[in-house]
Design a protein around this ligand. Sequence first.
Ligand code: ATP
Ligand code: FE
Length: 351
Amino acid sequence: PLILGLESSCDDSAAALLRGREVLASVVKGQADLHAGFGGVVPEIAARAHAERLDLCVEEALAEAGVTLRNVDAIAVTSGPGLIGGVLSGVMLAKGLATGLGVPLVGVNHLAGHALTPRLTDDLAYPYLMLLVSGGHCQFLIVRGADDFTRLGGTIDDAPGEAFDKTARLLGLPQPGGPSVETTAREGDDKRFRFPRPLLDRPGCDLSFSGLKTALLRQRDQLIAEQGGLRRQDVADLCAGFQAAVRDVLALKARRAIAAYLEEAPAEPALAVAGGVAANQTLRDALQTVCSETGLRFTAPPLSLCTDNAAMIAYAGGALLASGVTHDMTLSARPRWPLDKQAAPLVGSGK
Ligand code: ATP
Ligand code: FE
C-alpha cells in the first residue's frame, strides 16, 4: 500500500510517501530560522508554522513521487509525544485527509518512528537493541515489534544533542552544535581538561549530561579569568574533552544495555543507533568497538533518516496497519507518551 506519513512534533514539518520499504518522497521543512534568537523552539511559533507548511510538504511529496492523493491508501501521523500545538496540526490534517479520501488513519509514536527506522534500510531482525540519541532524547530500548518496546534506561536530565548545542553556544561555535563541536574537537587534546563521567558508578543504563555542561562552563570561565579570553587551542581542547566524556558515558552504558539484552539470547544480536547525535563519528567508532567485543552487529540508518522526518512515521504506521491497528476520529494528540507500557525491568549489575 502507498502510505502518506506526516510529522510535526517538534520544529520540522515533514511529509513522506512510502510503498513497502521504498521511500518515494520525503520532504522536510525545518524551522531553525523562525526560532533563531529565542534560544530554543517557541511552541506557538512552531504550531503556526506547522499549520502553514504541512500541506505544502504534502503537495511537494506528491509531486516528487509522481502520484496524487487518490493513490494514497492510508495516512500515518505522529500523534505524540511532542509540542501539543504542532502534534495537533498534524493530527487534524491527517483526520481531514483520511476522511476525505476514505482511507485508514493510524497514529504513530514519534519515538517508535525513530526506533523502527533501522528496519527501513536494513534487514534487522527483532529483537534488536536501540540507542536513540538526539536533541531531545536519549534512551536504550529493546525493540521487539512495531508496538513492543522495553526501555532499559535513559537520561535523567539533558539529552546529548542539547549538551552539544549548549557547548557550542558557550564556546562561540555555530549551531547546530554537534557538527561544529565534532569538527573543532579534531584539533583538540581530549585529556587536557577533566570532565566527569556521570552516573558510571550507578547500576543500570540511566545517563546524565547536565554535569558535563556545568564542567564546561566552569573550565571556560576559569580560562577567561586567567588569561582574559579563550585561545583557539583552548576551544579545541574543551570540545575534545567534552566529546570524549559523552562518548565514554554512552559506550559504558551501552555495554550494560547489551548485557541485559543478551540475557534474552536474541537470534541475531544487533545494536542500532538513531537520532541526530548518531552522526557523531567518535561515538560511532566507540559503539562499533563495543559491538565487536560483545558479538553484536552494529548498524545506523543514513543521517537523513536519523533526524526528524516523515518517512519513519509512514514506515512505523505501515507496520502498525499490517498488524491490524487503525484509529478513528477520536485519535488524540499526546504531549507525553512513553514507549513502553510496563515499568522497565531492573537491569545491569553495576559493573
Ligand atoms: P528529537 O528528535 O529528540 O525531538 P531533535 O529533533 O532536536 O530532537 P535530531 O534532529 O534527531 O533531534 O538531532 C539534532 C541534534 O543532533 C542536535 O542537537 C545536534 O547538535 C545533534 N548532532 C547533529 N550532528 C551531530 C554530530 N556530528 N555530533 C554530535 N551531535 C550532533
Ligand atoms: Fe525526533
